[in-house]
Design a protein around this ligand. Sequence first.
Ligand SMILES: *Cc1c(COP(=O)(O)O)cnc(C)c1O
Length: 392
Amino acid sequence: MSNDWQDRTRAVHAGTRRSQYGEVSEAIHLTQGFVYDSAEHAEARFIESGPDEFIYARYGNPTVAMFEDRIASLEGAEAAFATASGMAAVSGALTSMLKAGDHVVSARALFGSCLYVLEDILTRFGVEVTFVDGTDLAAWKAAIRDDTTAVFFESVANPTLEVIDIKAVCDLAHAKGATVIIDNVFATPVFSRAFEQGADVVVYSATKHIDGQGRALGGVILGSEDFIRKTVEPYMKHTGGSMSPFTAWVMLKGLETMSLRVNAQAASALALAQAVEGHESLARTIYPGLTSHPQHALTERQMGQGGTVLSLDLAGGKPAAFAFLNAIQVGLISNNLGDAKTILTHPATTTHQRLSAQQRVDLGITDGLVRISVGLEDISDLKADILQALGG
Ligand SMILES: *Cc1c(COP(=O)(O)O)cnc(C)c1O
């Protein structure tokens, strides 16, 4: 593969390992184990295995390796480890590098399960976690200490779509020697330049835009060769969170079309946000690509585009949000995102139900908030559907 290839070429070809049959579509090596020529060969493989010498699928598999190499190439990372889900990636990235007594600073606006890992699990093992308002650089500066080991945030927070300044937070963290781990789901690998902007480790739920068609759970941890091989891989291969070969194949096929899908979905998300902004039923239209978004300039600089998700805050609270959801005909009421199908979610009663009322207030998750993950349907149908559900 040429180092000069553009992203769309990498998304189709990078990392391909062709078998002796010369297949065009990537082979699914649905095997847990690998055969050795001799006892000596097995012994040597267990002492040190080379890049294409596999031992056991929990440690690595040719189809999974294709996916890891392809996404690493796209993201501009030295290495990747594919995981069974996005949460296996988030928890694996954090737990593989942390120990009792370490200090972590995290943005407080997080996907519910990420919050659980930081707030309930890490603290149970003696890791101290400080939460900050991720959009407030002074708060990051005050919270990151000389002994801070890691800094964690979602570059675009779910579901309130606050955008966090990757470069500025990385500069603050690196000044204290802390490792920055970014959950970059909402930026998508298409709009991400997180490594260029200073990230040490980037994590994706592949369940979202990488599959993009709602079929399989998956995730990936990207970072330096050293971090992936020496910290992440030993932890993941012994704790069991590896991706299955079948899932890796689904994700490889997803990567081939990801750029086309995500660009089309982001264009529709912007068109929808512009069509509904200022509607009398709405207290707020939240979309990072709108000039009214508080971090619009940062969004342009950091991602170039606003992404595939917008959130609407209905002025009439929960009854209005439920009436809106129940009136939708094209979109689906569900909770995935990045899917080809438009999906609407009421975070306060579903994904963020576990939070206390006060936490929801602090995070801006109002009872009227509806998150819309924009799919690949025709924009005129989506626009008509959302406008009729808002009541004209
Ligand atoms: C969905 C999501 C996850 C978890 O991914 P799964 O694949 O569902 O485990 C983590 N972080 C963010 C921001 C997400 O949107």
